[in-house]
Design a protein around this ligand. Sequence first.
Ligand SMILES: Nc1ncnc2c1ncn2[C@@H]1O[C@H](COP(=O)(O)OP(=O)(O)O)[C@@H](O)[C@H]1O
Ligand SMILES: [Mg+2]
Length: 237
Amino acid sequence: MLDNPLSDSIPLLEALGVCKSYDMPHGVVEVLNNVSLSIYAGERVCIMGPSGAGKSTLLHLLGGLDTPDSGEILVEGQPMTQWGESRRAAFRARKIGIVFQSYHLMSDLNVLENALMPVRALRGWAPPGKADVERAKSHLEQVGLGERFGHRPVELSGGEQQRLAIVRSLMNDPDILLADEPTGNLDADTGKRVLDDLFALSAERQRCLIVVSHDPALAERCERIIQLRGGEAESAV
Ligand SMILES: Nc1ncnc2c1ncn2[C@@H]1O[C@H](COP(=O)(O)OP(=O)(O)O)[C@@H](O)[C@H]1O
Ligand SMILES: [Mg+2]
C-alpha cells in the first residue's frame, strides 16, 4: 500500500487491489495489476512511469471516468465501484476537475464559453450566473487570457489552450484536480508557464492535485511521486 505515513485521516481517494485489462482482437492487454494507493486531501502527487504503463488508465479510474475489473476505488472511504453511472457523473461534476493532455476544448465555443462549461453542466445547463462569469473572467485574466474571451480555441497557441483547459477544470471548484501530462505537448518555456498557473490555481483551496507527467520539474513540485511499472505501483519518495 502506497500511503502517506504522516496522515492518519481517511484518504480522499484510495485504490485497493485495482486490476484493469482491455480485451483486444489480438488478446487481453493487462494494464493495471493489483494497484493500491491512498491520496489525502491537499496532497500533490505525481504519477510517473513509461509510456503504456497505465497512467492515464489509473487517472481515469480515480476520476470515476471508468471502472476497474476488480478491486475498489474509494472516495472518502465510500466504494465508488458500487455506484451507478449517474452517481459517478454527479461525483465528477461536483468534485473532480480534469485537464486532458490534448485539451478537449469545444471548438465551436469561445474561450469564455469553454471555461463556463463545467458550471453549466453542474447547474443543469442553465445559463451561467453573473458571479460564475466574473470568476471565469478573473481566472482567465490570471493565466493571461484576459484579451481572448471571444476567441475560438483554434485561434489560441497550445500553451494558451492548455491554460484555458486548466481554468475550465477549476470552474466547478473541485476538491480533486486530475491532470494528464499537462505539459506533454508544450515546449519547455510554455510548459513552465502552464505549470505555474496549474499550481497557483490548484493551491487556492488546498485542492488535491494528481498529475501524470514525465517532467522532472513537475515531479519536484509535488510532495509525492508514485511510479507505475509493469502494471504495479510503487512509491518513489
Ligand atoms: N480503451 C482502450 N482500449 C484498449 N486498450 C487500451 C485502452 N486504453 C488504454 N489501452 C492500453 O492500455 C495500456 C496503458 O494505456 P495508458 O493508460 O494510456 O498508458 P499511459 O498513460 O501510461 O501511457 C496501453 O497498452 C494501451 O494501448
Ligand atoms: Mg497516458
